[in-house]
Design a protein around this ligand. Structure first.
Ligand code: 2P0
Length: 357
C-alpha cells in the first residue's frame, strides 16, 4: 500500500513555470505550512541569489508547529507591512519579505503593496527554524493574492527563493528537493521539491530541545563558510546522491532502520564539514552529545532510533511512532531543562481562505 501525505495537488513537472492567472483574485489569502526536518541535508549553495543547492536533499514535513500567514493587498499602503504575531517584524526581516514579494509580483505581473500577518506556533526559542514553514506559507498566500495558481512544483520553486528548505515544506510527508542542473533560468526551473510515495509505516520524530538561545552563526552564513573553506565539504557532498537513493529505496519498503542509519551518518557528516571549516563552526554542545549518547544506548538495547541534527545544538530522534513516548522520556532525562516534542508526518502547504481554499 502506498501512502501520500498531502492536502494539495501534486505535480512532478518542473518546467511548466508560468501558471494561469485566476479569473477573480481575492483581496486576501491565508495559508498554513509546517516545518520539515531533513534526513539528507541541504548544506551549500551553488548560487546564492537564486538559492540553488549543490546537492539534492530529502526531508519529512512534520505535523506540529505550523505557520499561518495572511497576505492582503492594500492600495493605501506605500510599502509592504509585516506583522509577526502582534508585533511589527524587525526591519531586516521586513526587507527580506519585501524582496520575496517583489519576486512574486514580478512573476505574476502584478503590483500593489501587501500587508503580511504571520503567526508561528513554534514555542519561543524551541530552536526549530521557522523559515521553511514561513516561506512555504507566504509563497502560497502571496501567489494567491497576486493572481497566480501555481502547481506544486512551481510553488516549490517560488518558496525556494525565500529560503531553500521552504521548497520542501510545500509538500506533505516526505519530499525530495532536486538540486537541478545548470545556472540562471535553467537552474531555477530544474530546482524544486517533489513529494515521495512511501510504503505504509509509522515514523515519528522526537524533537529534543537542549538549548533555546539564538545561534551565534546563522545557517546561511555557516553554509557559505563551510562551502568556501572546509576541505571535507566535497567529500560529504559526494555522499549525498547515494544517501538519497538509499532512503528512497527504504521509504519504498518502510525500512525505518535503513532510513535512520543513513540520516544519522548524513547529519553527522554535515557537522564534520563544519568542524573542519576555517574558522570552525561547532553547533553541537555537550548536551547534544549527551542526547546522541542516549540514542546510541537505546539502539544498543534494541530500539530502532536514530539521530539527525540541523544547524544548531538540538537533536531530532527518528523512531517508530509506537516508541516515541518512551524515546521522548529517555531523551528528556539526558540533562537539565531539555524539552521534547513528538511529531509525525504532516501535511503540505494549504490555503485556509482566499483563492477558493
Ligand atoms: C536542511 N538546513 O536541509 C538544512 C540542514 C540547516 C541544516 O536548510 O539560506 O534556512 O534560507 O536557503 O533553508 C537551513 O537552511 O537556508 C537548512 P537558506 P535555510 O534543512
Amino acid at each position: 500500500m502506498s501512502i501520500l501525505y498531502t492536502t494539495g495537488r501534486e505535480s512532478g513537472a518542473g518546467h511548466e513555470s508560468r501558471t494561469a492567472a485566476v479569473e477573480s483574485t481575492p483581496d486576501h489569502a491565508t495559508a498554513i505550512a509546517h516545518p520539515n526536518i531533513a534526513l539528507v541535508k541541504y548544506w551549500g549553495k551553488r548560487d546564492d541569489s537564486l538559492i540553488l543547492p549543490v546537492t539534492d536533499s530529502l526531508s519529512m514535513t512534520v505535523d506540529i508547529f505550523p505557520t499561518v500567514t495572511t497576505v492582503s493587498i492594500d492600495p493605501q499602503v506605500r510599502a509592504d507591512t509585516v506583522v509577526f504575531g502582534e508585533e511589527p517584524a524587525p526591519e531586516h526581516i521586513r526587507a527580506r519579505i519585501t524582496r520575496f514579494l517583489d519576486l512574486i509580483r514580478e512573476f505574476a505581473g502584478a503590483s500593489g503593496h501587501a500587508v503580511v500577518h504571520t503567526r508561528n506556533s513554534v514555542p519561543t526559542g524551541a530552536g526549530l527554524a521557522s523559515s521553511a514553514s514561513g516561506f512555504a506559507a507566504l509563497a502560497l498566500a502571496a501567489a494567491t493574492v497576486y493572481g497566480l495558481r501555481p502547481d506544486r512544483a512551481t510553488l516549490s520553486r517560488l518558496a525556494r527563493r525565500g529560503s531553500g528548505s521552504a521548497c520542501r515544506s510545500v509538500h506533505g510527508g516526505f519530499a525530495l528537493w532536486h538540486a537541478g542542473a545548470g545556472w540562471g533560468a535553467d537552474g531555477d526551473h530544474s530546482s524544486y521539491a517533489e513529494q515521495l510515495y512511501t510504503s505504509e509505516f509509522d515514523p515519528a520524530m522526537v524533537i529534543t530541545v537542549v538549548d533555546d538561545r539564538a545561534k551565534r552563526i546563522s545557517s546561511r552564513d555557516a553554509m557559505h563558510r563551510t562551502l568556501s573553506t572546509s576541505p571535507l565539504y566535497l567529500a560529504w557532498a559526494n555522499t549525498c546522491a547515494a544517501d538519497i537513493a538509499g532512503i528512497r529505496a527504504a521509504l519504498g519498503c518502510g525500512d525505518l532502520d535503513a532510513i535512520g542509519r543513513i540520516a544519522e551518518h548524513n547529519a553527522l557528516g554535515m557537522h564534520a564539514t563544519m568542524l573542519a571549516a576555517r574558522p570552525p563552526i561547532r553547533y553541537l554542545s555537550p548536551k547534544s552529545v549527551a542526547v546522541l549518547d542516549r540514542i546510541l544506548h537505546l539502539r544498543e538495547q534494541g530500539l530502532c532510533v536514530y539521530a539527525t541534527v540541523d544547524a544548531g545544538p538540538n537533536v531530532v530522534a527518528l523512531c517508530h511512532e509506537s516508541d516515541a513516548v518512551a524515546v521522548a522520556a529517555e531523551l528528556g532525562a539526558a540533562g537539565e531543562h531539555i524539552r521534547t516534542f513528538i511529531a509525525r508526518p504532516g501535511p503540505g502547504a494549504a490555503l485556509v481562505s482566499g483563492g477558493g481554499a
